[in-house]
Design a protein around this ligand. Structure first.
Ligand SMILES: [Mn+2]
Length: 345
């Protein structure tokens, strides 16, 4: 039995095209599995089996995959069983050109969705109407849909990190946080923008926004090959602390006395800055291994001020390169003046 790799173009297309292009006879059907499985097991010495080793995964029920592992071990107890997960994680971390093509398409569709919102958002519109606009734009462009449940939080809702009810009305004078992206060909984009509902930032909103934007830009420079995510997070913490002092939210004397285990900036920036991105939105990969070219990370600093009903987060997807990073979302408006001009059109 010979397994032929699929031509590269198939990996970037949607499922529908895959069925159109694959000659049906080259597929090994699930009903033939038992025959092939026994034939292969009689020839093999080592068997690599898959397991869900995602850091964020909790698996309370026995999966089909796990039952298969138990079955293999029971039926063929003398084989040498190994973990496939570390190999898969290494493969998934470093993106191949075909994977980047899918990811870029997810980004392009996401960008169209966001630009559509810049014209749509105004005082009185509901968060769920914004979600519906995006769903329309994403699906009409052949995305599989949302990469994750969209977070559309106006005013103080932006301070609720995983706010997904999206049921409130956007009010004049509020900011609106949009953590929204498309999935295309199984690859996920991940975008966050925060825009003024009425199209114009107040001086305070602009001040907080620009603080987050400065941190965002510096993060994109720090995130380079050789860097370890945990150390990067510490550096981002220092940058954020300075910005929070500048905004009058932290006080330098208190920062000097802070418990290093519980830095004060976490009150206003309680989450991580970057995660791997790909087939999973929070993709597999080790946070203690040095960053390598070909990896794709999000960069997503934020400042959430509950007492002011104001939360700002900005997030782009960054491809790590040997000689420099590529911001896959460089074309999506992020500067204050740009956002204001597009919203007032
Ligand atoms: Mn993210």
């Amino acid at each position: 039995m010979r397994y032929q790799p699929l031509p590269a173009e198939l990996y970037v297309t949607n499922r529908q095209r895959l069925y159109e292009l694959l000659p049906p006879r080259s597929l090994v059907m699930l009903q033939d599995f038992e025959t092939h499985f026994r034939a292969l097991m009689c020839q093999a010495d080592q068997v690599y089996l898959n397991s869900n080793e995602h850091q964020r995964a909790t698996i309370p029920t026995e999966t089909r995959e796990h039952r298969f592992t138990l079955r293999c071990q029971a039926e063929y107890p003398l084989h040498d069983y190994r973990r496939l997960a570390p190999l898969m994680h290494d493969l998934r971390c470093i993106k191949q050109p075909a994977e980047l093509a899918s990811l870029n398409e997810a980004v392009r569709i996401t960008s169209d969705g966001f630009n559509r919102l810049l014209k749509f958002v105004k005082p009185g519109v509901h968060e769920f109407e914004i979600e519906a606009e995006l769903a329309h734009e994403f699906i009409r462009q052949r995305a599989r849909g949302f990469a994750y449940t969209p977070i559309i939080g106006s005013g103080a809702n932006a301070c609720v990190l995983h706010y997904i009810t999206n049921h409130c009305q956007c009010e004049d004078g509020q900011m609106l946080l949009l953590d929204i992206a498309a999935n295309y060909g199984n690859y996920n984009a991940d975008l966050t923008r925060t825009i003024p509902v009425n199209g114009k930032f107040t001086p305070r909103q602009r001040q907080v926004y620009e603080a987050v934007l400065r941190v965002f830009k510096k993060c994109c420079e720090i995130l380079r090959p050789g860097v370890i995510i945990r150390e990067y997070q510490e550096q981002v913490g220092l940058l954020m602390t300075e910005e929070l002092i500048g905004l009058g939210l932290l006080n330098r004397e208190e920062v000097a006395k802070q418990d290093p285990e519980k830095p004060l900036y976490k009150k206003y920036f309680p989450h991580g800055t970057s995660h791997h991105l790909g087939i999973d939105v929070h993709d597999v990969g080790h946070t203690w291994k040095p960053i390598q070219p070909g990896m794709v990370f999000t960069v997503e600093p934020g400042i959430y001020i509950r007492e002011e009903g104001l939360g700002v987060r900005l997030e782009n997807d960054i491809l790590i390169g040997e000689h420099g990073n590529t911001d896959l979302m460089a074309g999506i408006p992020i500067e204050v003046d740009e956002i204001e001009a597009l919203m007032q059109r």
